[in-house]
Design a protein around this ligand. Sequence first.
Ligand code: GDP
Ligand code: MG
Length: 646
Amino acid sequence: MAHYVIGTSGHIDHGKTTLTHALTGIFTDRLKEERERGVSIELGFAPLPLPDGKDVSVIDVPGHERFIRHMVSGVAGVDLILLVIAADESVMPQTLEHLHILDLLGLKRGVIVVNKVDLVEPDFLDLVEEEIRETIKDTFLRDAPFSFVSAKTGQGLAELKQLISDELNKVSARSQEGAFRLPIDRSFTLKGIGTVVTGTAYNGTIRVGDEMEWMPAERSVRVRGLQVHGKSVNEAYAGQRIAVNLTQVEWTEIERGDLLVTPDYWRTTDRLDVELALLPNLDFPIKQRTMLRLHMGTREVMCHLILFDRKELQPGETAFAQLILEEPVISSREERFILRRPSPALTVGGGRVIDPYAKKMKIRSETADILQQKSEGTVSERLVHWLEDSAKIWKTAAEASEALTIPIETLINEIKQLAVSKEILLLPRSVSQEEVALTAQTFVQTSVQLKEWKQKLHLLLEEVHRQSPLKFGVSMAELHQRLMPSLPFKTFQQWIHQYMDSLELKESGTAIALRNFSLSPPVWIQNKIAAMENELKKDIYNPVKWESFFTQHQIDKKWQTDLFHYLLERKFWYRVSDEEALYGQAFEEAKPRIIAYLKEKREMSIQDARELLDLSRKKLVALLDLMDAQQITDRKENIRTLKNES
Ligand code: GDP
Ligand code: MG
């Protein structure tokens, strides 16, 4: 069942906490004391029972400063805003400020709650409503419904609940696609559980057992447990408020503002292209290169504002600009942020990210135009961006069409052009000079991302080759599991096969290796091989039990199997049975003699062979069995003949 989160906002003392209590029966101001009880009680979260059984909770964040932080970090999870305005005071400064901040953060839906109606004459409410309508007319709340209540007497509360329920019905489901990203707002430890971090997930899905990357430390951590709203779950999604129990990290190491992300996917950045708006009620402009505090996710970072087409930005104005950050962050296109003056602390504006990996650009008005074009984006730009934003390599054209709400025919035409110019690669790989074969089910990927995956592939194989220099690479199945288990195996295999050349790989049997890899034992093993050879030369026909032979030569167990196979491949020796091997020279020496004998005599008994080669029975049996196994001879009872004699 869908879970919804409602946030309260509005001027101090207009009744947010009282209203939350009246709706939920919980005094959020008191929840602080209950923090010690653990993850099951989230700060400021109060479950709201609705008549239709929807699972809803209200966040009531005490204090103005906390409100700003909380809204920035939790914005991905807030489905509906209650803008609380006291009827006796009407619109006040923080009403406006909250409204602007919510607007900048891209909130979509809200209800105007006119509270304390018990304090005013009914006529007065018309005036209040008029003033509010004037205030909200250019904001996301322009079409929001009104509710007139008294949190104190309970008047209008039943209608408000109904209204909330109706509005939540209009909330569309969030996408759970893409790489996971959780901005962390708290890290703590629980007895018998260990490190727990909390936050509201921005993107993707997280599962128990997942390996995640903790950023910016770039360290690998594992998800031991998950809770959503106090209940243990196996997976959790974008938009949910999540508590994650982690292993491989101490709670004291993690700071507010850190992130938990899909490994090897997110990159840090310290320069953002943005569209920025200053609050209309500010009473000063913001000048070129002003130092500001960026609030993004749960992170707060100092930054310089770079304006391209003007020297200063006036209150209420919007511009395309760049932010140069003093510390790296992780961000994505369309992410919302707030900018504050550091001291005295004041919200000055905010906006959305156009390009998280911005480059240094000339300060002139043309640059602002370039950013504007970037922000609007052509079909191909949006496609490329979406593909590169996905953790998964290879998406079908149909998936892209659905996610980007671009008709499939339009998209296919665009992909064809991008395939010809090699910006996008296809699977199956069917591009010729004249024609690009492409359907809705064709997999597509950008060449940039493919290069990144190639790098990952190479890193993995280099590591394997280093660890097992005696083994030819990794099996296709293992590579698939280790590199991209979420992609169907068949697609993975098709990719590797069809792009073998550009991926610089080679295949032997079902194993994959780097193209320039060759089996090469390290020097110490080469020395061992020489020593073993010396010993074998002393009695070449004597088969050896290879495991104990290796152990005698102080070769560690972990090397034995690989080395045995390596030596087989080199014809250093031959396999006589599962345990035994015969030195190669014995085989080479005996083979021509046996062949010559059989050419002359046609048949050879054990007795004949013993006379020919003068070997003990044990050695003779091993040698002759090997001749059979190598398809040189055929055996019937105790008589051997030449195989394929012709
Ligand atoms: P907040 O700062 O927005 O959380 O406001 P509070 O919920 O703390 O309320 C501030 C004051 O207004 C408290 O003294 C409440 O008792 C009072 N209050 C809240 N709602 C109502 C209401 O509907 N009618 C009246 N008369 N007083 C209210
Ligand atoms: Mg309050």
